[in-house]
Design a protein. Sequence first.
Length: 191
Amino acid sequence: MTKIVIFISGRGSNMEAIIKEVNSGILMGIAEIVLVFSNNQEAAGLKIAEKNGISTAYINSEGKNRKDYDNEVFEMIKNIDFDYIVLAGYMRILSEMFVSKYSKRIINIHPADTTKHQGLHAYKWAFKNKLSETKITVHYVDSGVDTGEIIAQANVDLRGAKTLAEFEKRGLAVEHKFYSETLKSLFGNIN
């Protein structure tokens, strides 16, 4: 069984989708969530994790530089038994020091083709560019922003979508399913 720590910053919709798959779906018997961590004490996802009986922790990141903050996070998780860190809407860029400690063990989902758009506002980028299709990318985290090795990609059909909200809705529907499918494929090869 692959043990994962999920990092979130907000509502945790991708985390919630993974929890459902771990509890009664395609990740059941394959993955175990040992901790949900947030840089935001008010993250709605922490309450969702707690309701599902998952341990939670947070360290407030406000006003802290990246390296010092990541050192605090490292000190907190270094004695936890886990295999992977899964980023699910974690809105901080990880320091090179942190990434190097967990090389090829930090996974992220990005709502664009990372060869075409990195960073924030990917759905806004797709909408502004009137794309008829975009991709969801699951990738390993490296020291860049959304530049790590691609694990898998899925297409999102945007034809007929007229608003940014519709772009986001279609994308999230794919994200919520695709992230768990990719984790199953990755972890199933390990277990």
